[in-house]
Ligand binder design. Structure first.
Ligand code: GDP
Ligand code: IMO
Ligand code: MG
Length: 422
């Protein structure tokens, strides 16, 4: 039975958490394959809100195995806090499995993230300051500390002595290897029961015909290799990375569900061609409650960008699309949708520019679609359905789920009567 990747098709916060939670109902294993506590996934279940950062969005169902794969970076203090919060709210966490190969975010990573943003000044990325970039840098430089290292006090102390000789130069208050090792051992004791060979676990689940969801954090345009570099995260959210991040072969993946908002948001700095100028930006932010789950920052808001979305379909090999937050557009008389970019030389293109200066200077060419000006509570009015079909048609992709509200239940599929209301 299938392994499905669920991937953000824009700049993150597309509503992946809600879609994964919904699909997790009928899945056995849900895996996070990259990223760390920079992710913030909000799930609303019968009016109760859960905010997840590290833990896969399948955790709300008791029997689901939830894997944090080797491609992830983990802040042990934040993970323990998240687990405590879930337990305090009656959510069972014994289905969690953590790869021993995942890397650990250390205090110097967090300090260095903040310091490099300060140093960059106006050129800063606007990171979540969770230490993501520095942790992945150390991993690539082969200086990283992995989950399996914090389980072994001897190795941990050796690693800390080597690391801190250099890293203490960065810190306002230098760390003492013994103190830090003691602190880590407390976290290690809490996390030890969850550590497992997650590559083997997922392989076995697939062999036994179980249903596996591979959940991306962030989004395609934040991808380190394919996104709007340098205004990106330091891992690969794209679907192909699900295989490396978990430790299964690419041939094991059967389908790729992209998740996109019916408009676009972006947190942090960087180019954003369809960003709205004027009061509609604020209107969308208020209607969509567009404030970061992790940092509380205002999200920048723009109209749907089909050029960028077509690019996301390509680099992820998407097989279907979930279009979320369509309800937020119910207040508008007309809805612009970007179908092409105009480049500085006056030419128009429907392809995502391969060079950053073209993208930075691209201006959107809009088609304007009629709004529907009524709530979606009882289903999709004709103009809302036309909007969905315009998007699907432009991408050559089936839109298989449509989000009409934050709650878990608020999703319409094309086979439901609510899809073809009136
Ligand atoms: P993620 O990072 O992709 O999981 O997305 P976030 O959770 O950061 O942001 C999406 C926000 O939109 C959350 O507050 C969700 O509760 C909310 N949301 C998801 N789907 C819908 C929808 O269809 N309509 C509305 N109004 N809100 C939604
Ligand atoms: P989810 O999983 C939206 C953005 C940051 C910044 C850039 C780099 O909730 O969709 P980082 O801390 O990763 O080094 O920051 O990436 N960013 C996100 N934006 N949603 C996220 O995650 C994000 N994770 C990182 O705002 O611009
Ligand atoms: Mg988010």
């Amino acid at each position: 039975m299938p392994a499905t990747v669920i991937v953000g098709a824009q700049w993150g916060d597309e509503g992946k958490g809600k879609i994964v939670d919904l699909l997790a109902q009928s899945s056995d294993v849900v895996c996070r394959y990259q990223g760390g506590p920079n992710a913030g996934h909000t799930i609303v279940r019968e009016g109760e809100t859960f905010k997840l950062h590290h833990v896969p969005s399948g955790i709300l169902y008791g029997g689901t195995i939830c894997v944090v794969g080797a491609g992830c970076v983990i802040d042990p203090g934040l993970l323990v806090e998240e687990l405590d919060e879930l337990k305090a709210r009656g959510i069972k966490t014994d289905g969690l499995r953590i790869s021993g190969n995942a890397h650990v975010i250390m205090p110097w990573h967090v300090a260095s993230d903040a310091a490099s943003e300060r140093r960059l000044g106006k050129l800063q990325i606007g990171t979540t300051r969770r230490g993501i970039g520095p942790a992945y840098s150390d991993k690539a430089a082969r200086l990283g500390i992995r989950v399996q290292d914090i389980l072994d006090p001897k190795i941990l102390r050796q690693k800390f002595e080597t690391a801190l000789a250099e890293k203490n130069l960065l810190l306002d208050e230098p760390l003492e290897p013994g103190d830090l090792a003691d602190r880590m051992e407390t976290f290690a004791a809490r996390l030890r029961p969850y550590v497992a060979d997650t590559s083997l676990l997922v392989d076995q689940a697939l062999r036994e015909g179980r249903r596996v969801l591979l959940e991306g954090a962030q989004g395609t345009l934040l991808d380190l290799d394919h996104g709007t570099y340098p205004f990106v995260t330091s891992s690969n959210p794209v679907a192909g990375a699900a295989a490396t991040g978990i430790g299964i072969g690419p041939t094991r993946i059967d389908s790729v569900l992209g998740v996109a908002k019916a408009y676009v948001t972006r947190v942090g700095e960087g180019p954003f061609p369809t960003e709205i100028e004027g009061p509609d930006q604020e209107r969308i932010r208020e209607l969509g409650e567009e404030y970061g789950t992790t940092t509380g920052r205002e999200r920048r808001c723009g109209w749907l960008d089909l050029v960028a979305l077509r690019f996301a379909v390509r680099v992820n090999g998407m097989t279907s699309l979930a279009l979320t937050k369509l309800d937020v557009l119910s207040e508008f008389d007309e809805i612009p949708v970007c179908t092409a970019y105009r480049l500085p030389d006056g030419s128009e293109t429907v392809e995502f520019p391969a060079h950053q200066s073209d993208f930075h200077h691209a201006s959107p060419v809009y088609d304007t679609l009629p709004g529907w000006r009524e709530p979606l509570d009882d289903g999709l009015p004709g103009a809302a359905r036309d909007y969905v079909e315009f998007v699907g048609g432009a991408l050559g992709l089936d839109v298989t789920m449509i989000g009409t509200g934050a709650d878990r239940e608020r999703v319409i599929t094309p086979d439901q009567p609510a899809y073809s209301r009136s």
